[in-house]
Design a protein around this ligand. Structure first.
Ligand SMILES: [Zn+2]
Length: 432
């Protein structure tokens, strides 16, 4: 019968069923008296009390431990104390192993599902998960990659900071916001900051300031897609400006054509070209705007930085004065970020995984799991992060020793990043 229980400190006295629940009556092998109550006075045995604790199911059957718990009385002040039970969580009235079992499930499954499976309240699952996450991730520090991506996703109406390993297309961590003071505090203690060579970012000034302060040897590369997108915006402004002089019917017709203007001429279908040609005939301003947009994209076709420099200069010079306002975002992008945009031609990295992030946001908003940002982060890391434990760490150390003048500083947890596609699929399936 002790086999059934597999607890170190308790033995089974008897077992019986009560309303479909297996009740296992247990006693301590050696009741452990609590620490002293009053100095120099003893704690005397003073009867027992039966207490029940939820345990994990035994062969699928709901199970409770009924512990015959030793009571003690202080011989000086008369206070009552109970024997210490290392196998149970007294506050929650569950066994420690049931708690661990619930924590493990909470990492793998939605909290609502764990609660339903085990007949406990969801609040308990959430609390247990939060405690476990606080324990497991207390020392978690992402190991910084050679090419670091800085991005944001909008979750619960706030911009959340996301860092990734651009070369390996994985997410390394998320932070609740992107205030400079918080992000400095976050990056400051990370080792290997001097080994970051490239930081890939959108055109948010804060990231660049942060890079200069935190990554002394890194260059900033503005993500290609963020730059190109500004030309779509210019195209939109020109199209919408036409609305003022159009009849209702024509305006609605033009609104419906929104997507065709975003198509690239080189790769779009023949029927799209026909539609575009017809619209260009009707509205010559659209032809000019489309041409500006296409040639702005073409800057990225350049084969060298020098060629890209030239194409950029040519593009700027080619913008007719009446199109400077609609294409202001593109013009400003170049004027404000030119060296960092063109550095792409020396370090051809883009935040490719950003597309995944967008899918992720949709999935997170749809999943309606009601997780807080902190829970989402912890769950993503604990469930999908490949965290290397101490044994593996030793192995990595040995590998690192070969030829390495200085052994790298080993954080207590190593996380190799989360495949965003995995996380997204999990959210989409409603199993997160
Ligand atoms: Zn006492």
């Amino acid at each position: 019968m002790t086999d059934l229980l597999r607890l170190s400190k308790l033995f089974v006295a008897s077992q019986y069923e009560e309303d479909g629940t297996l009740i296992i009556e247990t006693k301590s092998k050696n009741p452990r008296s609590p620490k002293r109550c009053c100095l120099l006075h003893s704690l005397d045995k003073n009867g027992t009390k039966r207490q029940r604790f939820r345990d994990h199911p035994v062969q699928g059957q709901p199970t409770m431990l009924e512990v015959v718990r030793q009571r003690f009385k202080c011989s000086f002040c008369g206070a009552t104390h109970y024997e210490e039970l290392p196998d149970v969580d007294g506050d929650r009235r569950i066994t420690v192993r049931f708690r661990t079992y619930l924590e493990d499930q909470a990492i793998r499954l939605p909290f609502t599902q764990v609660a339903a499976l085990n007949g406990v309240h969801e609040t308990l699952i959430r609390r247990l998960f939060e405690e476990r996450a606080a324990r497991d991730l207390a020392d978690y520090k992402p190991s910084l990659p050679r090419v670091l991506g800085m991005d944001e996703i909008y979750l619960h109406k706030r911009a959340r900071f996301v860092i990734g390993d651009v070369a390996n297309k994985t997410m390394l961590d998320m932070q609740p916001g992107r205030r400079d003071v918080d992000l400095r505090a976050y990056f400051e203690p990370l080792s290997g900051r001097d080994r970051v060579e490239v930081v890939c970012q959108d055109m948010w000034k804060g990231y660049h300031t942060l890079t200069k302060a935190m990554f002394p040897n890194a260059v900033t590369v503005i993500d290609k897609y963020h730059v190109q997108r500004t030309a779509n915006y210019g195209m939109e402004v020109v199209r919408k400006a036409l609305y003022h002089n159009l009849s209702n019917k024509d305006r609605i017709a033009l609104k419906r054509q929104r997507a065709v203007f975003l198509a690239r001429w080189e790769t779009c279908k023949p029927e799209t070209r026909t539609r575009l040609d017809r619209l260009f005939g009707l509205y010559p301003a659209l032809a000019t705007a489309y041409d500006l947009k296409e040639r702005f994209y073409d800057i990225y076709e350049a084969e060298s930085r020098a060629a890209a420099e030239e194409a950029t200069t040519r593009w700027l010079a080619s913008v007719p004065s009446e199109f400077e306002r609609p294409f202001k975002t593109s013009i400003d992008a170049i004027n404000n970020w030119r060296p960092h945009i063109l550095r792409y031609f020396e370090h051809r990295y883009t935040s490719g995984y950003v597309e995944r992030l967008n899918g992720l946001i949709r999935a997170m908003n749809r999943s309606g799991t009601g997780y807080s940002f902190e829970v989402l982060r912890a769950k993503a890391l604990l469930k999908h992060g490949r965290i290397i434990g101490p044994a593996d760490r030793l192995y990595s150390l040995r590998i690192g020793e070969e030829g390495a003048a200085e052994a790298p500083e080993i954080p207590s947890l190593w996380l190799l990043g989360i495949e965003l596609s995995t996380l997204e699929a999990d959210l989409e399936a409603g199993t997160f």
